[in-house]
Write a protein that binds this ligand. Structure first.
Ligand code: GUN
Ligand code: FE
Length: 461
């Protein structure tokens, strides 16, 4: 009698990735981060059935593994360096064409003078489709496999951006940017962008029906109130209810800029604290994604610690908009979930490598400037923890940490493949993981040769 139960693995269709150097970021229970390196390993991935795209086995590539997977499709990456796919936890799709235009201008005037006029252009749906295509294409070409995006502040254009996302194979989380109170004081001439609360909520709900969970679960709708500077309390409360009804994440901005914080105090004088405004609206909980979180006071940080939202560090954007530096060491010490992001178009690049480099530089600056021995060296960012933030850290912020972010049996195979020769010139050595990691983290978007999502190739040079 044939014993069909004997080995499930062999009954399923497999792809086997042979990897020269695998870099896998990990964190221990004390919050300490390391990047484990593996030479000449294989990763077996299911390509059919309920677990399609899942890693089913990882091991040393040798004769026995070759025999075991003799019938599988083999993808030869034996001369390459492979990391988990980058996860960009915060970026603005309708700002792709104005990347890095804000030099020397702070947040609120930049929004008024450059950003909102550009976002208005998305009433043209051909333009919306073109920019969406360009965003996905350019992001994956620098190794990003998952993005959490602010869409245009317009329903049809956001719908088009989802439509264009579907065939890319990437994981795209996105919402129509919601706003109903762009004031004449701060944003003269942009009141035409203001939505009614009903329109904002119904549009998000319609996007949910059309796109949430589509493309084998790779697309997600994330309600996106822009920030409390241009959202009414009633809008934010309705968005909170909608997200609760469908168990969705919500994304917004928090304490990015001092001018922004002044505007919040003027708009919500009774609440005083920015974090309290979101708390009052029902937007302070673990499914919140807050970008920036630079200027939170100790009282604000206590609320964040209590409610456990995800925090997103966007260092290049912060440098360009003169916003300040996120106290990442403090949040790491407090065991907060922290991700990394490009925040285009304030950020001038879609490269997560460039943002790792900037995050490490910022952290070094903060430590250098602090009075000696006041900051615990354990929480300073280095290239290892930078890579972690850009992969597992961001995945955790997006509540995808069980599915992507590292290479682990049961997780999906999302990967970025680097050509070491591109990174180092001819003098590379796959036995030198530290050197290769440093190269990855110091060269803006350079060296990316391929990318995979759920075991499928989504990019090759
Ligand atoms: N806060 C509200 N809107 C925006 C935006 O578009 N970019 C940035 N960096 N911050 C914001
Ligand atoms: Fe932003």
């Amino acid at each position: 009698m044939v014993n069909f139960k004997k080995s499930n693995i062999f009954m399923h269709i497999m792809k086997v990735f042979k990897v020269g150097l695998l870099l896998n970021p990990v964190k221990d229970e004390d919050g300490k981060i390391d990047v484990r390196s593996y030479r000449d390993f294989y990763i077996a991935v299911e390509t059919s059935g309920n677990n399609k795209g899942n890693i089913v086995e990882v091991g040393r590539a040798d004769l026995s593994s070759q025999q075991k997977y003799a019938d599988a499709e083999v993808i030869d990456l034996s001369k390459k360096v492979v990391t988990p796919g980058f996860v960009d936890a915060h970026a603005h799709l309708p700002q792709k064409r104005i990347m890095g235009t804000s030099s020397g201008v702070e947040l609120l005037p930049w929004l008024n003078e450059t950003t909102l006029p550009e976002e208005k252009r998305f009433t043209n749906l051909e333009y919306a489709a073109e920019v969406a295509d360009e965003t996905y294409k350019d992001a994956v070409s620098v190794g990003t496999t998952t993005m959490c995006l602010f869409g245009p502040p317009l329903y049809e254009a956001t719908d088009v951006a989802f439509e264009r996302a579907e065939p890319t194979g990437l994981r795209i989380l996105m919402g129509m940017t919601l706003l109903d109170e762009l004031s004449e004081d701060l944003f003269p001439e942009h009141q035409s962008l203001n939505q009614t609360i009903d329109h904002a909520v119904e549009s998000t709900e319609e996007l949910y029906r059309r796109w949430h969970g589509k493309a084998e679960g790779r697309l997600q709708v994330v309600p996106t109130p822009r920030f409390a500077v241009c959202c009414s309390m009633d809008l934010m409360k309705e968005v909170a209810k909608l997200a609760e009804k469908y168990e969705l994440l919500i994304q917004t901005h928090l304490t990015e800029n001092l001018g922004e914080i002044e505007a919040i105090k003027a708009r919500f004088p009774d609440l005083k604290l920015y974090e309290r405004v979101y708390q009052e609206a029902g937007l302070m909980h673990s499914k919140m994604i807050f970008a920036h979180v630079i200027h939170s006071t100790p009282e604000g940080q206590a609320l964040l610690r209590k409610y456990g939202p995800g925090l997103v560090h966007c260092p290049i954007s912060n440098e360009i908009l003169l916003s300040g530096k996120m106290p990442v060491h403090e949040y790491r010490k407090q065991r907060m979930r922290i991700g990394l992001a490009t925040d285009i178009g304030a950020g001038d690049t879609l490269s997560m490598q460039a943002n790792i480099q900037k995050a490490v530089e910022f952290s070094r600056d903060l430590y250098d400037q602090a009075p000696s021995d006041t900051l615990d060296p354990r929480w300073q960012l280095d290239f290892k923890s930078g890579l972690y933030l850009a992969t597992q850290g961001s995945a955790d912020v997006l509540h995808l940490g069980d599915k992507i972010g590292t290479f682990k049996i049961g997780k999906q195979f999302d990967a970025t493949v680097f050509d070491p020769e591109q990174l180092c010139g001819e003098e590379y050595d796959l036995k030198e993981p530290t050197q290769l990691l440093e190269k990855i983290c110091t060269q803006r978007g350079k060296g990316v040769e391929q990318a995979y999502v759920a075991g499928n190739q989504v990019y090759s040079v």
